[in-house]
Design a protein around this ligand. Structure first.
Ligand code: NAP
Length: 342
């Protein structure tokens, strides 16, 4: 049976882990998709990841070159589009070393996308923000963070959380000023199956643990969510009337420590998890090591903090039903083993 072709959706940053999964869902549901790439030579790679996810025809997919750092092609990218899903942003995996440049890239890029969406009179923009725009820099932590919380920009926070917070705030201000419909999705650590070599900085945690590159674990818990559910939430926010003007945290609602995660990997992966350590290191040592080890700097800003987030809003308002955290974590580990990424 042929699926009826639906509206054209612009997805920014089609080479990214989350964006690929959003495009996959849109194509499977019959939408036409235009996606931006900053490097057009990545088209084949994107197509091969989509094929791995089950897409057999690319008739409903088009690519356009656009970089968050300049104006070229953003207007053209949005022409004829009904919805924009703005996912592209510098992440800990792709970030420039200079934190101020990272913030500028995220904020200016978001404003370029919003301006193009306004000119194209799109119905709604859905933006991928992050739980980092909610839970960072606070002196006092609630038992559970909700969408009412905003990261404290005056606190001690990493450039990534600053970039996500300021970009989301810029999007809301632009939407308000121009009377546009906006909805933001705020994922916690995104896990789940990997379709190719482009996986996220959060998946990298599982890889590091599996490879035994984390001989001592940080004493810290974090929420996670499966990328398939994150993609689903973007589509719900795009299509449900009630989602306009709202932020939605994307989390399973389970806050799992590194130690619990390591134990879980050991239980499920036998020999493949032989290198997994379950030993923890004290906070002061993490802080000391973070001076020399770049990868530890961002997580170190969360030591001693509660990072638990609520998913009640997305569940109650949009009927979203995320799968359990362990399923996403297992899927990440399984695909890393299958794709020989360890
Ligand atoms: P990713 O795989 O690193 O994807 C980032 C995307 O942004 C890539 O397509 C990248 O393009 C693009 N990008 C970066 N800088 C750009 C620029 N200057 N111009 C144009 N495109 C640019 O990361 P991801 O995990 O899918 O993240 C996608 C979004 O989700 C981001 O907004 C991120 O902040 C948010 N998020 C992710 C997580 C997570 O755990 N993964 C959690 C919360 C929120 P290239 O391929 O050319 O580098």
């Amino acid at each position: 049976m042929k699926t009826e072709t639906k509206e054209l959706v612009l997805v920014t940053g089609g080479s990214g882990y989350i964006a690929i999964n959003i495009i996959l869902k849109l194509l499977k549901q019959g939408y036409r998709v235009r996606t931006t790439l900053r490097t057009m030579s990545r088209q084949d790679e994107v197509k091969s990841m989509l094929s791995a996810g089950g897409i057999v025809s690319f008739d409903n997919l088009e690519f356009i070159q656009a970089d968050l750092m300049n104006d070229d092609n953003w207007h053209e990218a949005a022409v004829g589009v009904t919805y924009v899903i703005h996912v592209a942003s510098p992440t800990p995996a792709t970030r420039p070393d200079d934190g101020d440049e990272m913030v500028k890239m995220a904020v200016d890029g978001t404003l370029r996308v919003m301006k193009a969406a306004k000119e194209a009179k799109v119905k709604r923009v859905v933006m991928t923000s992050a739980s980092g725009a909610v839970l960072a820099g606070h002196k006092h932590h609630p038992d559970i963070f909700t969408e009412d919380d905003w990261t404290n920009l005056d606190g001690k926070i990493d450039a990534y959380q600053r970039s996500k917070t300021m970009a989301e705030q810029a999007a809301w201000a632009f939407a308000k000023e121009n009377k546009m419909e906006l909805s933001t999705i705020l994922p916690v650590a995104v896990m789940g199956p990997i379709l190719g070599k482009d996986f996220s900085h959060s998946n990298q945690i599982i890889r590091t643990i599996l490879m035994g590159k984390m001989p001592f674990l940080m004493k810290m818990g974090f929420d996670s969510v499966d990328v398939r559910d994150v993609a689903e939430l973007h589509l719900l926010a795009m299509t449900k009337q009630v989602a306009a003007g709202e932020r939605f945290l994307a989390t399973t609602g389970e806050n799992i420590t590194y130690k619990e995660e390591a134990k879980f990997l050991r239980q499920n992966f036998g020999d493949e998890a032989n290198n997994v350590s379950t030993r923890e290191m004290p906070d002061f040592l993490v802080k000391l090591l973070a001076v020399f080890m770049k990868d530890l700097r961002m997580p170190a800003t969360f030591l001693g903090q509660n990072t638990a987030c609520s998913n009640l809003k997305a569940k109650n308002m949009l009927g979203w039903q995320p799968r359990p955290a362990r399923e996403g974590i297992l899927a990440t580990a399984r695909s890393m083993i299958e794709l020989n990424l360890l």
